[in-house]
Design a protein. Structure first.
Lengths: 145, 145
DNA sequence: GATGAAAAGTGCGAAAC
DNA sequence: GTTTCGCACTTTTCATC
């Protein structure tokens, strides 16, 4: 993982379909050298996936919420992970400092489907209650993982 | 935007480097038909970008926080956008229901750099105060926009 | 270990239909 | 929408440092 790898990653982030030759010209390597490094980055798990960013509105996913999760007693992160992994509406989540145990970012088609997903989280073991903030207008979308 | 388009998008989300022929075989179209649809989806802005998902830890971005933003008086979403767009540590943000005006998801190298970014947000016009929850352990990372 | 150059194979992309 | 075809790209091999 040197500066060449970082350069390759930056270029792929901007355009994952860029040709190896084009990338090589930017970072100063031959096409085959770039391919070998990309293959290694994928094998090492540095590059997790090649994906596309889709307009959420077009995709029919208009409704978002940030949900604070409060649990009874002490709950291991692994247990929270198992609960949340089963709900596809959860797009990101993490345990946090403060009074809440975790913050969960959810996205779904509409309010009813969001509510249904929220109910699934609420009725999971250990979950005491939740506090939701529905997103009114999305301001920034730079997350890629 | 029909079910074929949705199928193509789903496959590209899983693997943006999938060949048009392979995609066509899955959704029941020829390679060139798939290409034309993908080109149209890109032109229409449905597909925003082809990117890679990089392990944030490898990338040196270990520190995350969810920040509630409280403003003085009424602030238009556009004004909040201008404030937040200047802070690269902001990876996603939206105005929300509830007592906070917005929720901001931030990511940076470490706590000091997170604090510095937070200071920039705090001292922006209209911002009254913030309430942060530092992420202890990331549970789910499915966001792609 | 790493690279670059050249070979072979594969898929893209632009036609014509 | 499909099929065809030339070409560019990927991917492998090999020699080199």
């Amino acid at each position: 993982m040197d500066n060449l790898d970082r350069g390759i990653i930056d270029l792929l982030r901007q355009n994952a379909r860029a040709g190896y030759g084009d990338i090589g010209q930017e970072v100063g390597l031959s096409a085959s050298a770039v391919k070998r490094r990309v293959d290694r980055l994928v094998a090492d798990g540095v590059i997790r996936n090649f994906t596309i960013q889709v307009d959420p509105a077009v995709d029919g996913l208009h409704t978002e919420a940030y949900v604070e999760l409060f649990c009874r007693g002490t709950v291991a992160p692994d247990e929270l992970l198992r609960i949340l992994a089963d709900v596809p509406e959860v797009i990101d989540a993490g345990t946090v400092t403060g009074s809440a145990d975790a913050i969960v970012h959810m996205r779904s088609r509409d309010i009813p489907s969001l509510e249904a997903a929220l109910e699934r989280v609420r009725h999971a073991p250990h979950v005491d209650h939740t506090r939701s903030a529905i997103v009114l207008s999305r301001l920034i979308s730079r997350a890629i993982d």
